[in-house]
Design a protein around this ligand. Structure first.
Ligand SMILES: O=C1O[C@H]([C@@H](O)CO)C(O)=C1O
Length: 566
């Protein structure tokens, strides 16, 4: 089945948290419409760029784009931006490879991993992937319904996207990040629950009521019927913040993560990082004569943003009736332990385990550091701060444009084995580059994310890393320096979860494994909007020779100007 969407993307004034600013809407809304499909369906989205003076591209986060790497929506990597006034059609399968077999060469059928590349029901996201455009409001959810019965039952299926919200425009933020002296974006003004938040206008008395008006916003309300089980699909697309999500007085049973069934476990707070999705089951089994708070709070950074508050409304109580209690208090922002514990608790569900290969062909250690390059503040991986080329990699490689990017690949990172991750380091050798990793096709690759101290003493941050075009197995997390001799022995090869986004905790490491079996060019980057902008990412090429004919609609920029045939 084809699912057709027509989207008009536009700047409009909105006041999601009472403060009026320009936001990017899809058909008038932010968050945008939820894409609903069944596994194996083809989703067709016709995007009309009516931003007037701004480029655009949209990434389908968690969708692997098997056979359609050109529709991943990553500006500079897989496509040229969509120009103002242009219409671009994305067309991709959610996510069943057998559906695509005809258009792929027979190598695919022979691949022993065909099974792991098949069915992918679950919860995914979409968002802008051009500059820092995502945080202007261009984002939404993708729900892919399963064809087979799922391993859990529920009465209702609801979705909530969490976000943080800034009052400055993305342009002011980006300009500050690329200035000398560096101007950091700071903490967000508010937290949004499905596009709704509340900024206290009276704390900035200089704001006139045409800019900040407390009657212009209202909290998110989730109405529920007592005595039922709800599946809540929760996604985070924060620009910066790691969050703790809670429903007062209700436990949540985690059953899905990034489109994979989880061996169920119960939490009171769900920690969720930008780019992740979870499904939790919630029983509406509390006193039905009142409402309850839904809360979202910043963790892992010193919290200055007030809690995002919503109402869990037990029908037939009035949806606007405030709960009679104070909102539950969040966990300490600087306590890594419960966050690490949740990361470790997420395992593949019995009966749905796709075992990883037991060994890998290549290990790439990715040392995450912050440093100055020519006095500009950057993030680097193995001392290279990533920059996007003007000619997208996919097109350059496929069309043999040889001078589109730096041909020197970044390093596999083994020379940093003695790097002191606990202290500030000048990293004087750090450089900027658009060089990429070239992976041998159909091999097993390990990625070790190694966190380190930032340029501030005794400080290391949480970074959610997102891989395009793949799900990876999460083999382990640890504290401190990764020890290749001992930590590898503790890898979970029995029931690791597969995900597309995973945190590396402060002063810690995270070990991932994936198969380079999806021909294309794929970004792997920190999902914090400002961090990717500051260079925190890498790109992998695999099987470029197996990529089919590129549509000319993705071309038209850099050295591909003349290739575009509208
Ligand atoms: O990228 C960042 O810059 C600031 C700070 O490290 C500046 O020194 C910060 O908190 C980030 O996450």
């Amino acid at each position: 089945r084809n699912r057709h969407y027509k989207w008009n993307v536009k700047y409009e004034y909105r006041s999601p948290d009472c403060f009026k600013k320009l936001v990017i809407t899809i058909n008038g809304n932010t968050p945008g419409p939820t894409i609903q499909a069944q596994e194996g369906d083809t989703v067709v989205v016709q995007v009309n760029n009516t931003l007037l003076t701004e480029n655009l591209s949209i990434h389908w986060h968690g969708i692997r784009q098997i056979g359609t790497p050109w529709f991943d929506g990553t500006e500079g990597v897989t496509q040229c931006p969509i120009l103002p006034g242009d219409t671009f059609v994305y067309r991709f399968v959610v996510d069943r490879v057998s559906y695509h077999v005809n258009s792929l060469s027979s190598w695919f059928l022979k691949s022993d991993l065909v099974e792991s590349l098949m069915l992918q029901p679950g919860t995914y996201l979409y968002h802008a992937h051009y500059g820092m455009q995502r945080e202007a409001g261009l984002y939404g959810l993708i729900r892919v319904a399963a064809r087979d019965p799922e391993p859990f039952t529920y009465d209702f299926d609801r979705s909530i996207i969490l976000n943080d919200w800034y009052h400055k425009s993305t342009y002011e933020q980006a300009a500050g990040l690329s200035s000398i002296p560096f101007q950091w974006v700071g903490e967000p003004e508010s937290l949004l629950i499905h596009g709704k938040g509340r900024f206290n206008c009276s704390q900035s008395p200089s704001l006139k009521t045409d800019v900040c008006d407390m009657s212009k916003c209202s909290p998110f309300v989730q109405t529920v019927i007592p005595g039922k089980t709800y599946r809540l699909r929760i996604g985070s697309l924060t620009a910066l913040s790691a969050l703790s999500f809670q429903i007062e007085g209700h436990n949540m049973t985690v059953v899905e993560a990034d489109g994979h069934y989880v061996e169920p476990f119960v939490v009171k707070n769900l920690f969720i990082y930008s780019g992740e999705t979870y499904s939790v089951l919630v029983k509406t089994d509390q006193d039905p004569s009142r409402n309850y708070w839904i809360t979202s709070n910043v963790v892992s950074r010193n919290r200055t943003t007030p809690a995002g508050l919503g109402i869990f409304n037990y029908y037939p109580n009035h949806p606007k009736r405030s709960p009679p209690t104070v909102p539950p208090s969040p966990p300490a922002w600087d306590d890594v332990e419960p966050r690490l514990a949740q990361s470790l608790a997420i395992k593949a569900r019995q009966g749905y385990i796709q075992k990883p290969p037991t060994t890998s062909d290549r290990v790439i250690v990715l040392l995450n550091t912050q440093n100055n390059i020519s006095e500009y503040r950057h993030w680097s991986v193995n001392n290279v701060s990533f920059t996007l080329p003007h000619t997208p990699y996919l097109i350059a490689l496929k069309e043999n444009i040889t001078n589109a990017f730096d041909p020197t690949p970044p390093s596999d990172g083994h020379e940093f084995a003695n790097y002191d991750i606990f202290n500030v380091s000048p990293n004087a050798n750090a450089t900027s580059s658009n060089g990429i990793y070239r992976l041998k096709f159909n091999t097993t690759v390990d990625l070790i994310l190694q966190n380190a101290n930032t340029m501030n003493k005794n400080n290391s941050e949480t970074h959610p890393w997102h891989l395009h075009g793949h799900d990876f197995w999460v083999l382990g997390y640890g504290k401190g320096k990764f020890d290749a001799n001992n930590d590898t022995k503790k890898y979970n090869l029995e029931n690791p979860i597969m995900k597309n986004t995973v945190p590396v905790h402060p002063f810690g490491w995270t070990a991932l494994r994936f198969r380079s079996d999806n021909p294309g060019v794929w970004a792997f980057h920190c999902h914090i909007e400002s961090h990717f902008y500051m260079g925190m990412g890498v790109v992998f090429e695999e099987g470029i020779e197996r990529v089919g004919k590129l549509p000319s609609s993705i071309m038209g920029c850099g050295q591909t100007k003349s290739f575009h045939r509208p």
